[in-house]
Design a protein around this ligand. Structure first.
Ligand code: C5P
Length: 408
């Protein structure tokens, strides 16, 4: 029997992986990936794109996979033996490594122009993509748009990593290491089974336009909100993740709703109701400009402009005070620089929420933009001071507390 031990990698016994190999220099790593997956007990059915074939040979792919390699949508023998629809369905997971910019663009647009893209469109199984491309291609607005589109479609990603590239440039775009891809595949299969709970998490800053190029925002990185969403997902919760602009990618498996302004966040949160709980970790801009001109404010021709600000909707208070569809548990955050707990108690009452997670965001606390957080959980019946811990641990602890209440 294949028993996992401390030194042995996690078992993927009986897992069927359909591996789509795209055309990039990182394709050579897919050979190693096949070996590692097979070592863990998975069966790997390889599919090689025409571009992939420029980098690795069908013979080496098929020899390592110990299976035939599928290459063409219109191969008569393949279609008779197993049609492409069947091929796309008989796997437990589709893995695309390397996922080139071209493959990502086609998958995002739903284009089925060859066997690999047709399989991605025809499948009813989850897909995990390991992007690999030049840094400029990865950072290109079109690729980022496709990446976000695919995330919203529920596609999972591993990488890309940052580092030196085959083309000599440096930055994000390198394919994740084989071991990391194996771990992501293992995580996919070991994720907790879904429990029937739905939680909305807001995260990141909001951006409020002043004119077409300028905006008001804040220093929130989105790290704490992302960690909470991650912790909830790993506990099998359905998470609606409504986030302002953040450099941190949303956790795999959330239903991601990207927003920019407080009003967009407000609309997205209210549309996502009903939910069992809502966690408001976003640093929402309190004010926005009353009017935003269609043209950029000119420095030379105008006096220093006076910003006329108006208040943004308080999303947390709005949800906590709802008559209909108020979640069982509404959790707010209070970022303060002084008298943290007193302010948090006041906020709890003013906003009618159940808990406030209060933290010190004074400059010397190092919390904003940092990895750690020291929070106090304030409830109407008392408070708990948590020691300083990583934002991930805060997320885990909070997720456990939330589930304890939802399971009462
Ligand atoms: O009032 P203050 O901004 O300090 O409150 C912080 C809490 O309220 C956070 O949970 C934040 O996400 C939420 N909030 C909100 N909408 C606003 C302002 C804050 O949801 N407009």
């Amino acid at each position: 029997m294949n028993m996992p031990t401390e030194n042995k990698p996690e078992s993927l016994a009986e897992k069927r992986i359909l591996l789509l190999i795209g055309g990039g220099i990182a394709a050579y790593k897919s050979l190693e990936l096949i070996r590692r997956l097979k070592e863990r007990g998975a069966s790997v059915t390889p599919v090689l794109t025409a571009a992939g074939e420029e980098f690795v040979t069908p013979l080496s792919v098929s020899a390592l996979a110990e299976q035939k390699v599928y290459r063409s949508l219109f191969d008569y023998d393949d279609e008779v033996e197993m049609g492409h629809i069947q091929l796309s369905r008989k796997a437990d997971l589709l893995v695309v490594a390397p996922a080139t910019a071209d493959l990502m663009a086609k998958a995002a647009a739903g284009i089925a122009s060859d066997l690999a893209t047709t399989l991605l469109l025809a499948t009813d199984k989850p897909a995990l993509l390991a992007p690999a491309m030049n840094v400029r291609m990865w950072e290109h607005v079109a690729t980022q748009r496709n990446y976000n589109r695919l995330l919203q479609d529920g596609i999972k990603f591993v990488g890309p990593a940052e580092g030196e590239m085959a083309c000599g440039e440096y930055g994000p775009g390198r394919m994740a290491e084989v071991e990391e891809i194996c771990l992501a595949i293992g995580d996919h299969f070991s994720a907790s089974p879904r429990i029937n709970k739905r939680v909305i998490v807001t995260s990141g800053p909001t951006r409020e336009s002043i004119d077409p190029v300028r905006y008001i925002s804040n220093r929130s990185s989105g790290a704490q909100g992302t960690a909470i969403a991650q912790a909830l997902i790993s506990r099998g919760v359905e998470v609606v993740f409504v986030s302002g602009p953040s450099a941190i990618p949303p956790p795999v498996g959330v239903h991601y709703i990207p927003v920019e302004t407080a009003r967009e966040m407000d609309a997205a949160v209210n549309q996502a109701l009903p939910a069992d709980a809502a966690v408001f970790a976003a640093a929402v801009a309190d004010w926005r400009a009353r009017s935003t001109g269609a043209q950029k404010l000119k420095k030379a021709t105008q006096k220093i402009p006076q910003l006329d600000l108006i208040e943004n909707p308080d999303i947390l208070a709005g949800v906590a005070k709802r008559q209909k569809h108020r979640p069982k548990l509404v959790v707010g955050f209070a970022a303060e620089t002084e008298d943290i707990e007193i302010h948090a108690q006041q906020k709890l009452k003013q906003k009618a929420c159940d808990w406030i997670v209060a933290n010190d965001v004074s400059v010397n606390s190092g919390i904003v933009g940092g990895k750690d957080n020291a929070v106090t959980l304030v409830r109407s019946d008392g408070l708990e001071r948590w020691p300083s811990m990583s934002k991930l641990e805060v997320g885990n602890r909070l997720a456990d507390r939330i589930l304890a209440v939802l399971n009462e």
